[in-house]
Design a protein around this ligand. Sequence first.
Ligand code: 5AD
Ligand code: SF4
Length: 454
Amino acid sequence: MPNFDLIDAPQPEAAAHSRTFYLETFGCQMNVHDSEKVIGTLTQQGYHQVETEEAADLILYNTCSIRDKAEQKVFNRLNDYKKLTAQGKRFGVLGCVAQQEGERIFERAPYVSLVSGSASYRKLPEMLVRLELGEKRITGLDDRQTEETFETEFTTRSNPHRGYITIIEGCDKFCAYCVVPYTRGKERSRTSTSVLVEARRMADSGYTEIQLLGQNVNSYCDPERKKSFAELLAAIGEIPGIRRVRFTTSHPRDFTRDIVDAIDAVPSLCDHVHLPVQSGSSDVLHMMQREYTRDWYLERISWIKAAKRQISMTTDVIVGFPGETQADFEETITLLHAVQYDGVFAFKYSPRPNTPAVRMPDSISDEIKAERLQVLLDRQREIQRVNYSNYMGQVLEVMVEGHNQARGQVIGRTSQNKTLNFTASQPILPATGSYLPVRVTKTFPNSLVGEAVA
Ligand code: 5AD
Ligand code: SF4
């Protein structure tokens, strides 16, 4: 999709502003990758990225509104730096808070000049020109009507070995608690051809790991009707040079058996599935509008467990959804034991604007939410202590992510997405991005420790 269609727009050179920008990202991997594309777009427009707000002419926050704390952080940050407006600096709010709050941001933070949701980023070059010409209140607030995806060949990826590719934007699921369908718009899939072209280009420039992104990757629907999600996964895994392929996030409703078959068949597909369950109680799942039951979810888990490879599983859970009883909560705990996840991201339910759950009765006090969250984390820690201890003595391949000089350790990540920190006896430490076998010598509930195998 072309992004630089400024045929009749005035040229940025006409404006007097110098051109440096600071961009800070809040929230999920989708936001991190959107920022990589925004940085590429701004750089292409002649802007230069700087490391601090003080050094920038344009200060951008790419925001998250999934829970109230994430949203509050953005307004706190704007407040901390508003004094910089006196020096002529301009502020822009991008991402989910921008889309959710829209023009209300100008009321709350009048020094902000640009408010754009992610579904309008393809218009960024045009919005930048208007900003440089001195416009005070520029908005890019596409509603759910947009059919476009934001792709750019100028993406500035921050890691030279491991890179994200968005395959689907938006979400049509409308879970009762979630703002995403309102902030990221409706589902739009990219063609499998354009995804594969981007993946091959990345492989050619040295990337060995690709992570496919989408709010709901398994509802991927190729506009060319050439490939299903599982076929696309396999095709990316077969690109020469690609050693690891990951994908996130999956929705149980769209999780099909052929995804497990693809993981079994193509060794470069990582043996890890993140499958958010949200609750172990079918009643709560019904109230959440998740469109599956506990048993239906557990059937998908049984497919994953039946795979030839040992596939690691992680999940997301919300505690304290309106109406969640103690018995419902205990069903979540029994589900954790039944599945034996290697990681759980657990959150206290946070009421979000525009969502149906805001109007639901039987809200749960913060005290009970906190109590349930703590119980859940404690129980899960015990499950992980056992799971991780099973790796003792095994040799796992890691990709080197960096070095912890203070501890004299190399930081590695396994195909199952586990952190495996290790020592290496060679005089030259293995380089970031390299792959090597490591024997596990110690285990913790959240990470492994080992020694490089000579
Ligand atoms: N409150 C708490 N957690 C939420 N999530 C999404 N919306 C909310 C909310 N309103 C969690 C879900 C989702 C993850 C990304 O964030 O568990 O899977
Ligand atoms: Fe939100 Fe549900 Fe869509 Fe995930 S699937 S982004 S939780 S609405």
